[in-house]
Design a protein around this ligand. Structure first.
Ligand SMILES: [Zn+2]
Length: 136
């Protein structure tokens, strides 16, 4: 499999799902074949409404979080970056391109399957500190 094929395939399926407003049976099959357990975990996160988009006012800054079993994971989707161990050890090792949090976030954004939480800018620094704390 090529260097960027996971991301490209995921983006293609996201575009299709966005146009359809849902994931088709074929999408689910393809995604499971491509990502296996990572897709199952991403789907669980989506179903359990664990993908959160924080919007800070008045700056309009946004932060994406996936609430995990033990802690919250901070994502930087533009950079395909996540603060989880899975990302740190395997993605940087180029064994795995995307952790399940990033997969979940892409579907959340494209299908609107996320919760928006509004906070004030005063809380931005302390929340970011909290989210970044567990980064290895
Ligand atoms: Zn992650």
């Amino acid at each position: 499999m090529g260097e960027n094929s996971e991301i490209e395939t995921l983006n293609a399926i996201c575009r299709e799902a966005k146009a359809q407003g849902k994931l088709s049976g074929k999408n689910l099959t393809d995604l499971y074949e491509l990502f296996g357990q990572r897709f199952t975990k991403a789907l669980d996160a989506l179903k359990e409404n664990r993908v959160k988009k924080y919007t800070f006012k008045p700056s309009g800054r946004t932060v994406w979080i996936v609430v995990g079993r033990e802690r919250d994971y901070l994502l930087m989707p533009e950079a395909e970056f996540c603060t989880c161990d899975d990302f740190y050890f395997r993605v940087l090792d180029r064994k795995v391109h995307l952790c399940y949090h990033l997969i979940a976030q892409k579907f959340a954004r494209n299908l609107g399957w996320f919760e928006t939480i509004e906070e004030t800018d005063e809380l931005y620094a302390s929340l970011m500190e909290e989210w970044k704390k567990a980064t290895p």
